[in-house]
Design a protein. Structure first.
Length: 205
């Protein structure tokens, strides 16, 4: 999954979600966040005099110094760029917890009918929690706690079976956490994002 592009004279490695290109291949991008490294080279590419205090060229394009030009700003700007790319991916995604103890039976039924009526549901089980994201939904990740249903007298395995039946895929296990390790590090282990990440990684249009 491509989150960002780094353009510089020397290769910069930021992990598998980022790519590096030399300035000879620099061109206009389709909104993918881009970081240009090197004041002189960046100024030449954009044909403008750069402001050393404002290292943002446009909404998704940034520049920074090389290590030789300014080591501290270089390191900080690269870290900020990585954070920007990861946060940009989830900035329009909302998380909602479904509490069956507080909802009416009709509201609960209608909500699940809407979820299961979607295009492609990705679910992820983590201990007692299950997180669900509908691929072409309204940008909402839903979470439920199986213990709440057990408390209401509903068998948790039966509830999990229902979720599995309406899901395109039900993810679970440590292998999934390893697969999305970079994202979990960036999101402070907020595992509710896993079904969303899986949806956009495995089903790119």
């Amino acid at each position: 999954m491509l989150l960002g592009i780094v353009i510089s004279e020397k290769e910069v490695k930021l992990g598998e979600n980022f790519t590096w290109l030399p300035f000879t291949e620099a061109r206009a991008w389709d909104g993918t966040p881009t970081m240009c490294v090197g004041m002189e080279s960046t100024g030449e590419v954009f044909d403008k005099e750069l402001d050393v205090m404002d290292r943002k060229i446009d909404e998704n394009t940034f520049w920074t110094f090389t290590r030789k030009e300014h080591r501290t700003h270089h390191a900080e700007d690269i870290m900020d760029f990585v954070d920007f790319c990861y946060n940009r991916l989830i900035d329009k995604v909302e998380y909602k917890f479904i509490d069956p103890l507080l909802m009416s039976e009709d509201d609960h039924t209608n909500l699940f009918n809407n979820i299961k009526g979607g295009d492609y549901l990705v679910s992820y089980k983590d201990k007692d929690m299950v997180y669900m994201y509908e691929r072409y939904g309204n940008g909402v990740i839903y979470g439920i706690n199986l213990m709440f249903y057990q408390y209401m007298g509903i068998d948790r395995e039966r509830m999990l079976g229902r979720i599995n039946a309406i899901s395109g895929v039900l993810l679970e296990g440590d292998d999934i956490l390893i697969e999305y390790e970079d994202f979990m590090d960036a999101y402070c282990e907020q595992v509710q994002y896993i079904p969303y990440l899986h949806s956009i990684r495995k089903h790119v249009n």
